[in-house]
Design a protein around this ligand. Structure first.
Ligand SMILES: Cc1cc2nc3c(=O)[nH]c(=O)nc-3n(C[C@H](O)[C@H](O)[C@H](O)COP(=O)(O)OP(=O)(O)OC[C@H]3O[C@@H](n4cnc5c(N)ncnc54)[C@H](O)[C@@H]3O)c2cc1C
Length: 446
């Protein structure tokens, strides 16, 4: 029997806890969580704020009592402040100020990530918001209930920024986006794909300002935000939503645990850190990127859950290994959908590949079929020398997301573009075409 301590119980921590409690009941698991909830699905924030879903109660899939019921000792609203890695002891403080000292045989760090807060004048003025926790979402929601909040600036046009900007627009407010890069969704898609999403956002009335950086938040009434200043001008706004990325929360291991990309805890494929008996999972840890074969930082709930499962088994003695990730992701704005896995063309070039790509655009089904039959844009990025597929992007008004999973697997397994044309893809008119865009991309690749 081991004493296992878990710090943080959102997606990664909850996954690890469930593996330990369900599969290895002989162990003693103590969980520390500083928030008053666990397992919050942040993907629901924009949907709720934009009233695309009616309520928040189903945005949680577990709870402290559920994990207590499975046998864990759960300390909610209790922050771990210090870890003595030599003596194997953690020190935590409850909301009421009491100190808890807990010894461990194995420790799992699942402390996640925190939103990047730029060091600029006025950043703490009332009316400036972040998008991370359930409470952050409620605060944004409350702002949009105020009639005087008419114009909202979203800073950052990554996934979270694009989604929250849409939510603001859906609530009938003027939605203005500022992005430092020259495009939305930088890093995930090539320009021709992001331009399609720009058209969708502009079509919805969202104002886009690219290649423009936030420099200052101002208040002319001394109470709350009234304008923002960028490197190109000053804009009157009533609220600001910051979504410029996340940093791993690693303070507890500072100077003690080796770090990798972005300062995340560097882990091996068993989720072990550089310290014996200390594991790290989810947004606070690195992942193995199968597209590059290197350690990377990709903050996604999917990676968090998988890494939690791996750590849960490993702390209990089963040497399960992570298979690495491709960073597969998707977004929908209005009815338009985009998905990507692996590397964009620019990212592949930056990673040292002789990157090239093949595009194939076609409708999903044969023309004689009745009903929705939308155009699908497919781009497969591959290395011209090794022919290995290193990335894929797809876009359509139709949900063809399942196609992306195949490319995710292709990257994980090192499939070449030459193998694509002869891959066994079924055909039936209800679903696709005999010469479908996946086969055709393989056949037309140079
Ligand atoms: C708005 C939004 C939308 C998203 N949409 C998607 C999506 O559609 N798909 C997707 O795959 N991913 C999405 N993500 C990313 C995903 O939410 C994160 O990757 C995921 O939450 C990471 O889980 P985690 O458990 O590693 O970390 P976190 O969610 O950051 O949780 C860490 C937990 O640790 C606790 N903690 C930290 N320090 C301490 C301490 N010292 N003591 C006690 N407790 C501590 C925190 O309170 C927190 O509960 C989204 C994120 C956001 C913010």
């Amino acid at each position: 029997m081991s004493k296992i301590v878990l710090i943080g119980s959102n997606h990664a921590g909850t996954a690890a806890a469930k593996v330990i409690l369900d599969s290895y009941p002989g162990n003693e698991l103590t969980i520390f969580e500083q928030n008053d909830n666990i397992s919050y699905l942040g993907c629901g924030t924009a949907l709720y704020v934009g009233r695309q879903i009616p309520e928040t109660k189903n945005l949680f899939y577990s709870s402290g009592p559920e994990l207590e019921g499975k046998g864990a000792k759960v300390h909610m609203q209790t922050t771990v402040e210090e870890i003595d890695f030599d003596k194997k002891v953690v020190k935590a403080k409850t909301r009421a100020g009491a100190t808890i000292t807990q010894a461990y045989d194995k420790l799992i760090l699942a402390t996640g990530s925190k939103p990047i807060k730029p060091n600029i004048p006025g950043i703490d003025i009332e009316g400036v918001h972040f998008v991370k926790t359930f409470q952050d979402g409620l605060k944004i929601d409350a702002e949009l209930n105020k009639p005087e909040v008419k114009t909202v600036a979203t800073i950052g046009a990554g996934y979270i920024g694009a989604e929250i900007a849409e939510a603001v627009q859906l609530r009938g407010r003027k939605s203005v986006v500022f992005e430092r890069e020259a495009t939305c969704l930088p890093g995930y898609f090539d320009r021709d794909f992001t331009e399609r999403m720009d058209k969708v956002m502009c079509g919805k009335g969202i104002e886009l300002h690219y290649s423009e950086s936030l420099k200052e938040v101002k208040s002319s009434n001394g109470k709350r935000v009234t304008s923002i200043v960028t490197d190109k001008g000053e804009y009157v706004v009533d609220a600001v939503i910051l979504s410029i990325g996340f940093l791993p929360r690693t303070e507890l291991g500072a100077g003690k645990i080796e770090t990798g990309r972005n300062g995340a805890f560097l882990v091996n494929t068993n989720q072990q850190t550089s310290l014996p008996d200390v594991y790290a999972i989810g947004d606070c840890a690195t992942v193995l990127n199968n597209a590059t074969g290197k350690s990377d930082y990709i903050a996604l709930a999917t990676n968090a859950v998988r890494s939690g499962i791996v750590a849960g088994h490993n702390v209990c003695g089963t040497g399960l290994q992570s298979q690495g990730v491709q960073g597969s992701n998707g977004i929908q704005i209005g009815e338009y959908k985009m998905w990507s896995t692996g590397l964009s063309t620019d990212k592949a070039k930056a990673a040292g590949f002789d990157a090239t790509y093949v595009d194939y655009n076609d409708t999903q089904k044969l023309s004689f079929m009745v009903g929705p039959n939308e155009e699908v844009h497919l781009r497969v990025v591959y290395d011209a020398k090794s022919r290995k597929i290193v990335g894929t992007q797809m876009a359509s008004y139709q949900d063809v997301s399942m196609g992306l999973h195949m490319f995710s697997l292709a990257i994980a397994k090192g499939l070449t573009i030459n193998e694509l044309p002869l891959l066994d893809i079924f055909f039936m008119p209800h679903f696709n075409k005999p010469f479908n865009y996946i086969t055709m991309a393989g056949l037309t690749a140079k």
